[in-house]
Design a protein around this ligand. Sequence first.
Ligand SMILES: [Zn+2]
Length: 493
Amino acid sequence: MRKTLCGLGIFLFFFLGMFSAAVQAAADPSIQLLINGSKVKPEVPLQLVNGRTLVPVYTVQEGLDIKVSWDGKNRKVTVVDGSKKIELTIGSKTARVNGVQKKLDVAPVIISNRTFLPFRAVGELLGAEVDWENKTRSVILNKKTTPPPPKKPETPQVVKVTSIQQTDQVISIQTSGKTEAKSFTMNDPYRIVVDVQNATLATASSAIPGQGTNPAIKNVRFSQFEPDVVRVVVELAGSAKYDLVQGASKIEVKLKDIQSPEPSVPPVTNPPVVTEPVEPPPVVAPGDGTTQQPNPTPVTGPLSLKERVRIVVDAGHGGKDMGATGNNAREKDLTLGISQHLANNLGADPKFEVIMTRDSELDKQLTERGVKQELSEKVNIANDNNADLFISVHINSSTSASGKGTETYYHSDKSKGYASTIHKHLVQATGFPDRKIKKANFQVIKYTKMPAILIEVGFISNPSEAKEMQTEEFQQRVADAVYAGLKEYIQNN
Ligand SMILES: [Zn+2]
């Protein structure tokens, strides 16, 4: 036993001796280092190992646009050059370049507490040319510097919109500098929308000089639509074509081919006098991106005496907005189905004039309208059309599959009677548990000016309710019930 140990001891000694011989390093202060043509003076002399030059780790960094870091725990050096990552381990002749192993002929070493890297190997891993010039005893490294990344297009200068004025049929938007404007039109009522890009509002007042001088232009308004977009909306009495003229400090909307609105047909019989609500012109319009104001109380005549009741039917969600999903159903499809049946019922009844916020996928319509905020646009459709009633159709969802039932929401007290009348019919038609009418702050019922409700027909998260709500028969039944509820409500209001 003793003999064996002794033999092992000799063997270990021999082995270590060989090992130390293998990394026999010699400092050679005469060696010069030239990186990309510049002499780099290392803080400690370079080392020669087996005829290879090793340089202190941080010297490699000098003159090259690379990042060197040292992980003492794992005795690892990481060199990052753009997207290239080179990992070297002390004593290991295997390097990793972006995770791929590469063989080195000399391993990195620690000498006098300093880490030295094989210069040629690292240079080549970095894609540099490494040469030895014997005459000057220089190690030369030339690395094509990676071209600087293409300059990002300069962020355009933000300009200020300093004033907006109307001169006859020209709307001028004064800006502090040149910027781009995009425009599009919206219908009902016809509006020309101009989005001034990279712009902030810097107007002293919300007044628009010259406003009201041309009867073809009903209203001009503006808002900070997005942090860097100023939106100017020109609302027309009829319609018009226009030119958008963009100058150095002015953007002009020049109207042409102005069409007057269709004259309203006078009623044949003498109808009871119904005072139409007189709406003050909004300073800023909801849906044009400005903060919507909660609905003021409008002056409304009795609905029962109205020749036609204008109702906006809002099929909840749409387009990219699926609403709730579950049990192989999507809320946006169910709400559209029910809303279409309801619109058909209403459309066949001369007492009603129905406007749908969407009658198909919403995305396309929104894109055409240039609308970003779906909910405010739904509110806008109702308010801009002076609708008498608003109903938003939704499907509920719960984290629990057992959640079920029908509920109806309203916001202001003037909508409470409307909610309870519709709900009475609705809950009977669904046959689902009665979750009653509830008060809520949903945007579409809060900011719409007319009596407005939001119905949650049933729970998509409940398998049996979801299954039933997908049937044509159920959707028609719900539409019939809401229609009956509307007729009852109108008769009594
Ligand atoms: Zn919903």
